[in-house]
Design a protein around this ligand. Structure first.
Ligand SMILES: [Zn+2]
Length: 61
């Protein structure tokens, strides 16, 4: 019975380790990936879009 599991907002998987960025939970794996990708990378755009969506949801609450 663990209560410290959250659904990662990036990969949509339930993980134990991670951080909250704004209201989005990001698992440590995705966090690592975000930090490791370069802004020229295609994937970077994907994460930026995700993070932008969080930002917008904050303002619409
Ligand atoms: Zn994740």
């Amino acid at each position: 019975m663990e209560n410290n599991k959250h659904v990662c907002g990036i990969c949509d998987q339930t993980k134990k380790e991670g951080i909250f960025l704004y209201q989005l939970y990001i698992c440590s794996e995705c966090e690592k990936e975000i930090l490791s990708i370069k802004s020229q990378d295609e994937n970077y755009q994907y994460y930026v879009e995700k993070l932008r969506a969080i930002n917008q949801s904050i303002y619409t609450i």
